[in-house]
Design a protein around this ligand. Structure first.
Ligand code: NAP
Length: 267
């Protein structure tokens, strides 16, 4: 249970820089009793001084029960743009409990005039394109694969290419496509170092999810500089009826408005 005696209780579904930024605002707002929830995917996450819980809820039913038990009055879904399951569970649980839900999500990257992007609707389709599209089927590429260490297995169906994979923790060897080179490294990476890496490995194609944000944008700037095409995995379709903001500040204002409304209902 949140430790504060204040009863405007909110849940922040986290795992992103936007969630961390919101937590920093909430640390300064003692009239809101916030709990940050993390999936537990990161080995050593930076934790706020707020109440924190780690691990899944057990689906939308589990989340629903958790919201009721903890008297949650509002939820901010600040999970990653590609964490579609958690977002769907939040929408379902909030529809059931009638707790207001806000999506905090950074905007996606946009293709610039000098970029050359190919699009795929999801990782499986991206891997399928690399395996079967006429452009790549018989033309082996040297690919900088930046989709994340847990999302490599689909690319095993395109073994004709060479892959450069960078990650903080080592990926599961069983998930790797053949001809994979692993670089263990932790960002941030600037445009110069990204360009040097792509030149050193003679990269001919960058594969990326459209995560958005500034932290991993330099790889796209480097690809632009070097005229390297990008296979961009587009974002999953968002729940259409959930309000969305892009900044932690906007999410904080939304919470404060709901706090005021909640106080008014009580008097
Ligand atoms: P996902 O596919 O949408 O979620 C899978 C399951 O993980 C959910 O059903 C839920 O389990 C649990 N879960 C996810 N986020 C949670 C949270 N904040 N608190 C508690 N449980 C959570 O999500 P994912 O893509 O595996 O991402 C996992 C986490 O990593 C997310 O919090 C996300 O913000 C972060 N992340 C994801 C990516 C990405 O590219 N997908 C990148 C950076 C960070 P139950 O059903 O048991 O509740």
């Amino acid at each position: 249970m949140p430790s504060s005696s204040n009863n405007f209780r909110v849940l922040v579904l986290g795992g992103t820089t936007e969630a961390s930024a919101l937590c920093r605002y909430l640390e300064q707002e003692p009239s809101i009793s916030a709990t940050l929830s993390l999936a537990g995917a990161t080995k050593q996450p930076h934790l706020p001084t707020l109440s924190v819980r780690i691990g899944g809820f057990g689906g939308s039913d589990g989340l629903c029960a958790w919201l009721k038990t903890h008297g949650i009055k509002a939820i901010i879904d600040a999970t990653h743009p590609f964490a579609a399951t958690m977002s769907q569970h939040a929408a379902t649980a909030c529809a059931t409990t009638q707790a207001p839900l806000l999506r905090l999500e950074r905007s996606g990257w946009q293709e610039m005039p000098s970029d050359k992007w190919f699009h795929a609707a999801n990782l499986t389709k991206a891997a399928n394109l690399l395996a079967n599209a006429p452009t790549w089927k018989t033309a082996p590429q040297r690919i900088f694969l930046t989709t994340g260490r847990k999302e490599l297995a689909p690319f095993k169906i395109a073994p004709q290419h060479r892959y450069l994979i960078r990650s903080i923790d080592a990926p599961d060897p069983a998930s790797l496509p053949p001809n994979a080179t692993i670089l263990l490294d932790r960002g941030p990476f600037d445009v110069q170092s990204e360009a040097k890496l792509m030149q050193d490995y003679d990269i001919t194609l960058l594969v990326s999810k459209n995560s958005g944000g500034s932290a991993t944008y330099p790889k796209l700037e480097a690809a632009r500089l070097l005229h390297i095409p990008v296979l961009m995995v587009d974002r999953p379709v968002a729940c259409s009826n959930i309000p969305i903001v892009e900044t932690a500040q906007q999410a904080m204002a939304w919470l404060q408005a709901h706090q005021v409304a909640s106080t008014r209902r009580k008097v």
